[in-house]
Design a protein around this ligand. Structure first.
Ligand code: SF4
Length: 451
């Protein structure tokens, strides 16, 4: 059962030294109880207390890691049913299936698309993380050869090995070395063998159930055998079944504290339809509803990009806006005669505005004012982007030393503060810029300093 902050406090040194980054042990205990900080951040807590608190404060969905270094992915660790209750912790891993039955060209194409389909959005690199390698023929040499090919060709892929033959899984895992793969999968017949193998090779193990009840039975056996890191496939191969199973698993783990379903799930839209768009729809459905990993039959930009974007939107922390640092950003190599613009530090605003300036090819200075991640109008309404605050920031930013003019271009939506800002920045001319970032290139190309 979860411990309260006071119960955790009793196990802390109570010296209030602050080395954990929190001023008091009580505040630290409260944060540990709320799952906002790891108990390991206190260097003075005993190993015994760590074990007790760690067990009690472990998330209801176990955190499972595969791979190593750049080729690693972390799944699970979830603590809530709905994003607005707290946040979702580890984004659904997206991947592609490669099998020993595919031609070399098909395999190469998938590896190449895995490496090339990457998109930067609001400063975040969005990409697939997983390659599932399936042993279709039972030929160990062909399987390990394919595993090696993927290891060599996709340097940052985390691997899922799929075979009906435990010995082939073991051989494939040995080829992976430190890039620890997920072994798929343990069923009612081979659970004992695979449990021993997963423990020996220190690999997480995938459970291959025929339905939720069967998956629970296998998980219970694996837990008894001492395997801790599991990923569950409930066997559902319809969109409705998959959705239901994922919801049942998450609710059981979080609301009922039912441990056998407290693991990340894996979905195989690649085995559910031949239609790539239908696959994308199923994937989209279960990104929203709790899939830990999703394996697609192929990676195509028009399908992958919206899935990555959906994932990005769901897995941002609703309590922490995405922000960029307050600063002066030179864009396109500005000289001292270049225009000076200002906007808020909401990531999306920054990346849209800086993208348009960059696209205009007009060398410019962009001032980013800390508005605590609020967008222009919201920040203004919240009193974080008013004339006095903008003036204060402009004065301390050092921009006056970088330019030979005194003209500040403000967002069109802030037109009402022009007069007030002119009073605050008496030696500056305030120019109202466009309302929409899309109109910035034309505006900047026409711009001439006023004084
Ligand atoms: Fe208390 Fe440990 Fe934090 Fe120091 S580091 S304040 S002892 S919890």
């Amino acid at each position: 059962m979860a411990l309260t902050g006071i119960q955790i406090l009793k196990m802390l040194p109570k010296t209030n030294c602050g080395e954990c980054g929190i001023p008091t042990c009580l505040a630290f205990g409260m944060k540990v109880a709320a799952g906002q900080i790891e108990i390991e951040k206190c260097p003075y807590v005993s190993e015994e207390a760590k074990a007790t608190i760690g067990e009690a404060s472990a998330p209801p969905i176990r955190t499972v890691k595969l791979g190593a270094g750049d080729a690693s992915v972390t799944l699970g660790g979830e603590t809530c049913l709905f994003r607005h209750e707290k946040r979702f912790e580890h984004p659904t891993g997206l991947g592609v299936l490669i099998t020993t039955a595919m031609s070399a060209g098909d395999v190469d194409g998938r590896i190449s698309r895995f490496n090339s389909l990457r998109y930067e959005r609001v400063g975040v690199m969005m990409k697939p993380e997983l390659i599932a390698i399936k042993d279709s023929s039972g030929d160990q040499g062909a399987f390990t050869g394919l595993v090696q090919k993927v290891l060599d060709g996709a340097a940052d892929a985390s691997l899922i090995l799929m075979s009906d033959k435990p010995e082939n899984l073991g051989a494939g895992a040995k080829v992976c070395g430190p890039r620890i793969p997920l072994l798929m999968g343990a069923d009612s017949n081979n659970a004992e063998t695979l449990a021993a193998m997963a423990k020996e090779l220190n690999c997480p193990l995938g459970v291959k159930g025929t339905n939720v009840d069967n998956a629970v039975e296998i998980v219970e056996n694996l837990l008894k055998a001492g395997v801790k890191d599991l990923v569950i496939d409930t066997g559902a191969r319809t969109a409705k079944g998959l959705l239901e199973d994922n919801i049942v698993a998450r609710r059981s783990a979080i609301v009922k504290k039912f441990k056998p379903l407290g693991f990340p799930t894996i979905a195989f839209p690649c085995e559910m339809t031949d239609d790539l768009l239908m696959e994308a729809m199923i994937a989209s459905l279960v990104i929203a509803k709790y899939a830990g990993m999703i394996i697609l039959s192929d990676l195509q930009g028009d399908v992958l990009f919206p899935l990555l974007l959906e994932r990005l939107n769901l897995y941002t922390d609703p309590q922490r806006p995405m922000v960029v640092k307050e600063d002066v950003y030179p864009i396109n190599g500005p000289a001292e005669s270049a225009p000076v613009l200002i906007t808020c530090n909401f990531s999306l605003s920054y990346f849209i505005v800086s993208g348009e300036i960059e696209g205009s090819k007009v060398p410019s200075w962009l001032l980013i004012k800390d508005t605590e991640g609020l967008s222009v109008l919201t920040a203004w309404a919240a009193g974080k982007f008013g004339a006095d605050m903008i003036a204060q920031f402009v004065k301390k930013s050092g921009i006056s030393d970088k330019v030979n003019h005194r003209e500040l271009i403000i967002p069109g939506y802030l037109a009402t503060i022009k007069g007030e800002l002119e009073e605050e920045l008496a030696d500056w001319t305030i120019t109202i810029g466009p309302r929409e970032a899309g109109h910035l290139p034309a505006f900047l190309k026409e711009w001439k300093p006023a004084k």
